[in-house]
Design a binder for this molecule. Structure first.
Ligand code: ADP
Ligand code: MG
Length: 351
């Protein structure tokens, strides 16, 4: 649905996006995770056709965003970091205005009513936007993105500045929309991405440093995916039993923790997930497994480790995915020629 190939973007001499490539399939819900300044908004602004780029190619549903911007943009609903709401309009007027701007063909009143119901703003449809709470304003931004029923939703930090209750509401809304849209959501907050995304692309200093499911990322970086168990057993014989599991590298006893129960720390071979095999083996030996926890890193730790590792190469090493053919930053961005989109001149004038 979205193809981004070797995309680079320079602001002056500053390389904000450095040779990024990824593709997103129809129906995927993908999170862009990265610290502030990583380049998330820049990539989103480029995909939505609001910002020019220096090098690369971007297509949406097979349509090149430069060659055919109108058709590409019709497929995208965009919620920018700061939605450009006209605060002196009321909610319904504003959405009618967006409808006209997007030249939507559906029956106007029914279409806008349906969207207002979906994002739960029907009750404030006649209120001035300037009098709405931040949470409601964000919903109006969502509604605007949904006008025209685009297949793709691009949501830039949609919960920034909201209170916890509003964050949950917006997350639920994203989860609901994710069922029948392709969604890209950016956040510098990991739990946000974990809550709604099935795939996470970690961006740091303009580069993609990881692209995986949240679960697999945690496993890959877990430093062994160690499992801790508590079992009612005889210590010595259980060490032998656990060691006999095919994918187990080593077993250490952590000692007696409860009456007749011992804790063991088990390291798998090749970072394999051995939890099911352990449970089966313990049960087969007629012993009782009281608890099991994965000693691997939480995604939070993974993210910190990735972004603190700094440069992309160090992180790729962490992931065991060092690419030999990786283009150095300088070379990747040697072409200064800007590829312009329709809005570029206008947009850059403002910056
Ligand atoms: P994120 O959304 O991940 O926080 P951005 O895409 O907004 O990151 O910014 C990436 C980098 O590009 C940052 O270092 C930021 O300062 C820089 N940047 C963003 N917009 C501009 C601009 N219009 N001019 C110059 N530098 C910019
Ligand atoms: Mg941003």
């Amino acid at each position: 649905m979205i193809e981004v190939k070797s995309l680079s973007k320079k602001y002056g001499n500053f390389l904000a996006v450095d040779n990024i490539s990824f593709s997103i399939k129809k129906g995927e819900v993908v999170g862009f995770l990265g610290p502030n300044g990583a380049g998330k908004s820049t990539v989103m602004n480029i995909i939505t056709g609001y910002l020019s780029y220096t090098k690369g190619k971007v297509t949406v549903d097979g349509i090149d965003i430069i060659e055919n911007p109108e058709a590409a943009k019709r497929r995208i609903g965009y919620l920018p970091e700061m939605p450009p709401l006209y605060t002196d309009m009321n909610v319904k007027e504003y959405l009618y205005f967006v409808y006209d701007l997007k030249k939507v063909k559906f029956p106007k009143i029914a279409h806008i009513n349906e969207i207002m119901r979906l994002v739960k703003i029907a009750d404030v449809s006649n209120r001035l936007i300037k009098n709405l709470s931040k949470g409601y304003r964000q919903r109006v931004g969502f509604a605007a993105a949904l006008v025209g029923n685009p297949d793709v939703l691009i949501l830039d930090e949609p919960t920034v500045g909201l209170d916890p209750k509003q964050i949950i509401d917006i997350r639920n809304l994203i989860a609901k929309l994710g069922k029948n849209h392709t969604v890209i959501l950016s956040s510098h907050i990991l739990s946000e991405i974990q809550a709604v995304c099935e795939r996470v692309i970690i961006i740091n200093r303009g580069q993609i440093i990881a692209d995986d499911t949240p679960e697999d990322l945690a496993i890959k970086l877990s430093g062994g995916n160690t499992v801790e168990v508590r079992i009612i057993c005889d210590e010595e014989s259980m060490i032998k039993t656990l060691s006999s599991i095919a994918d187990v590298e080593s077993v250490i006893s952590l000692g007696k923790k409860e009456k007749d129960a011992y804790d063991f720390s088990i390291v798998p071979k090749d970072k394999k997930d051995i939890r099911a095999a352990i449970a089966a083996k313990v049960s087969e030996s007629g012993k009782t497994l009281l608890s099991m926890s994965s000693g691997g890193m939480s995604l939070e730790q993974v993210f910190l480790r990735l972004t603190e590792a700094g440069d992309g190469d160090a992180v790729r090493k962490l992931l065991g995915e060092v690419k030999e053919d990786f283009e150095p930053a300088e070379e990747a961005a040697n072409e200064d020629e800007e590829i312009k989109t329709e809005q570029t001149a206008e947009k850059e004038g403002e910056e």
